[in-house]
Write a protein that binds this ligand. Structure first.
Ligand SMILES: Cc1ncc(COP(=O)(O)O)c(C=O)c1O
Length: 348
């Protein structure tokens, strides 16, 4: 975070590697990852495949690359991907599906980013030479733009069944998968094993500096490996960064509950402020709120807070997001809520 910012709620990507994580990185045994010879990367891949109930996994530099490698592996030119409105693959990956796979995302309007088997059925197209081929159903766990909402197993299973009944592949964007697991108490593999591809991000709530791990069947990962090389995602002594992932899986998963409590604490404070409306109930570490009713522009509010060293993510004239993570304490939350109150009530 820039020096002047002392409380960075812009994203969970703002978290910095801890001293313990840095030590684990420094001491990691390494080898040539591109040749499959890095023992730390191999250990991370096995650990994540096991956690997600999949046969194999591959370490990649980012979550975006996990999505794009998966899409390029599943889809061919002219294919269509079904996802919730606001999906990261639709609006935040530079139209990668179109650029790399010649495919496009068709979004489903739904509450909190969670759709149903009926929504999938309604989005299906007739099979005809002149009609795009629906190929893939994608869900985000947790759903970012839906407010960090958590797909429960009972919501996922019918969607999986609808996709399977229609010959569609399934992909899970798990940028904040372990936040969802901690919030729901449902084991990751109880849902992730149902998907053809699924990944989790290391550089968000888990606090690593870089990386994501994409998992699937052995056959899927072998195909995906071609795309990993095409994208330039194959690395060398990457064990140094994979070690951060192993460390995070040991030390930073259960503590995600603290981030969720802090997000809830922030939400409870700010929803009492005049003109502020929470967009969705807080389930994990994301808080989206609408400041339209304050009569102030979100950008102005964001700037006023920034002058006090507090950064939020201003997403439109009226929409703001706050994200908690391992560098945010309960005291930080109270300071941020106090500052927002002063900005609104005293016009700072
Ligand atoms: C839901 C979702 N998917 C994918 C990504 C991309 O992850 P990365 O920043 O690691 O490329 C993000 C990042 O914010 C995200 O929120």
């Amino acid at each position: 975070m820039p020096d002047a910012i002392t409380i960075d709620l812009v994203s969970d990507t703002a978290s910095r590697p801890t001293a313990g994580m840095r030590r684990a990185m420094a001491e990691a045994p390494v080898g040539d990852e591109q040749r499959g010879e890095d023992p730390t990367v191999n250990a991370l891949n096995e650990r994540v495949a096991d956690l997600l109930g999949q046969e194999a996994a591959m370490f990649l530099p980012s979550g975006t690359m996990c999505n794009q490698v998966a899409i390029a592996t599943h889809c061919r030119a002219g294919d269509e991907i079904i996802a919730a409105e606001g999906a990261h693959i639709d609006g935040a990956e530079g139209a990668g599906a179109a650029v790399f796979a010649g495919s496009f995302v068709r979004t489903i309007a739904c509450s909190r980013g969670i759709f149903t088997a009926d929504d999938v059925a309604a989005a299906l197209r007739m099979r005809h030479a002149k009609v795009p081929r629906t190929r893939l159903v994608e869900i985000e766990q947790s759903n970012n733009h839906g407010g960090g909402s958590v797909w429960r197993r009972a919501e996922i299973v019918p969607v999986v069944e609808a996709a399977r009944a229609n010959g569609l592949a399934l992909h899970m964007d798990g940028a904040r998968l372990l936040n969802a697991v901690v919030a729901s108490g449902e084991a990751a593999s109880s849902t992730t094993a149902l998907f053809d591809s699924v990944w989790l991000d290391l550089s968000k709530g888990l606090g690593c500096p870089v990386g994501g791990v994409l998992a699937g069947s052995r056959g899927f990962i072998a195909e995906a490996d071609v795309w990993k090389h095409r994208f330039g995602g194959a690395m060398r002594q990457a064990g140094i960064i994979a070690a951060a992932g192993l460390y995070a899986l040991d030390h930073h998963v259960e503590r995600l509950a603290e981030d969720h409590d802090n997000a809830q604490r922030f939400a409870t404070r700010i929803e009492q402020l005049p003109g502020i409306v929470l967009e969705a109930p807080v389930e994990t570490n994301l808080v989206f709120f609408d400041v339209g009713g304050t009569g102030r522009n979100a950008g102005e509010i964001g700037d006023a807070l920034l002058r006090q060293g507090i950064r939020l993510h201003v997403q439109s004239d009226r929409r703001i997001r706050a994200v908690t993570h391992l560098d945010i304490t309960t005291a930080d939350i109270d300071r941020a809520a106090d500052a927002l109150e002063k900005v609104l009530l005293a016009g700072y």
